[in-house]
Design a protein around this ligand. Structure first.
Ligand code: LR7
Ligand code: MN
Length: 568
């Protein structure tokens, strides 16, 4: 009959009807398989019903629900299990970087105490915009995802919440398939939850893009799948965007501890990530005064996982680089792009969301590709102009490597949006950022006559450690890149060499007040410390140990040759 219809030249009424019916069926089928929204989830439940899975899922969920310990972890307090469970929990922590056993026992809708500064309660916001909250996940623990969802439902006034979009980046965990569908279709049936299933693993950047494509709210709010929103988290975000649609906002990000799920208010409020390093804690433009501010604070970069952006502005300003794979780098790409192309990035102190910080990635990456490196190389080429040299100094193997992929579209975007230069960004958005070869007397490797170089000895970023001596690398490695600033600081990034106990030299946070962090470089290569009246010396220092200051004398051990010395 259908074939005949196509063969007929004239459209037959019966045929038209048939075609219509078919179209309808197709549409219905599509909707129920894509499980796009609340209705579709009910359709999904229908599918489950047909398969006889419902009874099974219901049984499983009931079992799961009956194992939950009421009030465990209430107020965000640290929670502990007894006996065998405690041991299992410790084991889980080693495998998943998270106490999964504990999470499964903790109520999904646990009540947190209000972590905000008390004065935040005085602010009255009355936004009209509505949020689409997008949560992406790959093999996350179901109870952790659901606690994220419940915290959003419970902490967001219904009239401000358009929908919650869960994007499954092709997880392989069984629980995250039928059982999650069933949970959404039953326990969450009163809420507008969309579950988007990606057929193949696309990585977190493209997963977020897929979520953004189905979103209908005025504002997109992205969250990692292991977060907990707190009291009035959404109002200040929406209100600020209503005021300025080009403002992209980050809440204060509190730590939820992976071992006991304690909600700790020692916030890692902002991460000043710099290319070439993993995102890492540090302060950015926060001055002492800012510390007590409760209104939005300008922020040069963001951590990447939790932010709010006007939906239309998200697309206008170039959404994401779709050719970024896996994990990493997208946060800096977006930070630079927002500032350089006319938007602004802000931290909103009266909006707070907890995030579980894990010690390692509990998941693997396809083909073991260094997506963080590749993505960062992409953003360096597109956004950092000549400053990209610092990134490629750190990762020389990526500089002219085809693995980085084609950049035409992103470069076109930069032109189309008439974005400003990276120099403009540094001068205007991040003036306190130290640039290793600008405003300095000397920079590069600082070597002795025995081919030993000053080295940070891989000092962790938030630590204090010795200023080391190490064999000079044949190329300029970041660990040996030092500068002697105009101010007389011997520094690497935000670490300055400081004389300690009048003999040792350690790398510690720069304070800018000279004293033990003040050095004078003489023509002959002597590095003199006026506060101790001593000179930087490699005498008796073995490979991998810390340099010292000694009484100044004419000695090969007290001469340092920087790669570049500027004329004074
Ligand atoms: O292939 C993947 N597909 C995914 O969907 C890999 C991950 N994911 C999901 C994952 O399930 C999670 O929900 O993506 C989300 C982020 O992955 P995480 O939680 O493993 O990342 P992270 O918290 O260690 O890393 C930070 O940097 C990333 C760089 O790409 C992302 O921007 C993360 O969102 C970001 N997290 C935060 O900003 C949280 C707050 C940190 C602070 C302060
Ligand atoms: Mn995360």
């Amino acid at each position: 009959m259908l074939l005949r219809c196509f063969r007929l030249k004239k459209i037959h009424a019966k045929c038209l009807f048939l075609v219509l019916v078919l179209a309808f069926l197709a549409l219905f089928y599509l909707k129920s398989t894509q499980s796009g929204n609340g209705n579709a989830d009910r359709a999904a439940k229908g599918k489950l019903l047909g398969g006889g899975g419902v009874a099974l899922y219901e049984k499983k969920l009931r079992e799961y629900e009956s194992a939950i310990v009421p009030n465990l972890g209430d107020n965000g307090e640290a929670a502990f299990l007894d006996g065998a469970d405690a041991l299992k929990g410790e084991k889980a922590l080693k495998t998943f970087a998270l106490n999964t056993v504990l999470s499964d026992r903790m109520p999904l809708d646990r009540k947190l105490r209000d972590p905000r500064n008390k004065k935040c309660r005085k602010f009255k916001y009355n936004p009209k915009l509505r949020a689409s909250v997008i949560v992406i996940f790959y093999n996350e623990l179901m109870s952790v995802i659901l606690r994220t969802v419940w915290s959003v439902i419970l902490q967001t006034p219904p009239h401000l919440l358009e929908e919650i979009i869960l994007v499954d980046d092709a997880s392989t965990e069984d629980n995250l398939k039928g059982l999650l569908d069933y949970y959404v279709a039953t326990r969450l049936k009163d809420y507008n939850i969309k579950l988007v299933r990606l057929k193949n693993r696309l990585g977190l950047i493209r997963a977020r893009l897929q979520g953004a494509r189905v979103a209908r709210g005025d504002v997109l709010i992205f969250l990692d799948a292991h977060c907990e929103a707190t009291e009035s988290w959404v109002e200040p975000l929406l209100a600020r965007i209503e005021e300025d649609r080009t403002a992209v906002l980050v809440p204060i990000i509190d730590v939820i501890e992976a071992n006991n799920l304690a909600y700790s208010t020692n916030a890692v409020s902002k991460w000043a990530a710099s290319p070439g390093q993993a995102t890492s804690p540090g302060s950015t433009s926060k001055t002492k005064k800012d510390k007590h501010r409760l209104t939005p604070i300008k922020s040069p970069t963001m951590a990447g996982g939790l932010f709010a952006i006007d939906r239309k502005f998200f697309w206008d300003i170039g959404s994401y680089d779709e050719q970024m794979d896996g994990w990493g780098g997208e946060n800096l790409e977006m930070s630079f792009r927002i500032w350089q192309c006319g938007g602004r990035l802000e931290t909103v102190p009266c909006s707070r969301v907890g995030h579980i910080f894990r010690d390692f990635h509990p998941y693997s990456f396809p083909n073991n590709k260094d997506t963080h490196g590749i993505n960062t190389a992409r953003l360096a080429h597109v956004w950092m102009d000549e400053y990209k040299r610092f990134f490629f100094m750190h990762q020389p193997g990526l500089e002219n490597n085809p693995i980085v992929g084609d950049l035409t579209h992103r470069k076109q975007l930069r032109q189309k949006l008439r974005c400003k230069s990276f120099k403009w960004y540094l001068d205007n958005v991040y003036p306190e950022k130290f640039v290793p070869d600008e405003n300095v007397q000397a920079y590069g490797q600082a070597r002795t006559e025995f081919d030993m170089c000053l080295d940070d000895l891989q000092l962790a970023e938030d630590k204090v450690g010795p200023l080391g001596l190490y064999q000079c690398h044949p190329y300029l490695a970041m660990s040996q890149f030092f500068s002697l600033s105009h101010k007389g600081e011997l520094r690497k990034e935000n670490f300055c060499a400081e004389v300690f106990n009048e003999k040792d030299v350690q790398l510690t946070e720069c304070h800018g007040r000279k004293r033990e962090q003040y050095w004078v470089l003489y023509r002959n290569g002597t590095v003199f410390s006026p506060s101790t009246n001593k000179c930087l010396s490699s005498e008796g220092v073995t490979n991998g140990k810390g340099v010292k200051v000694h009484a100044c004398k004419d000695s090969v051990y007290q001469r340092w040759r920087f790669d570049h010395v500027n004329a004074t």
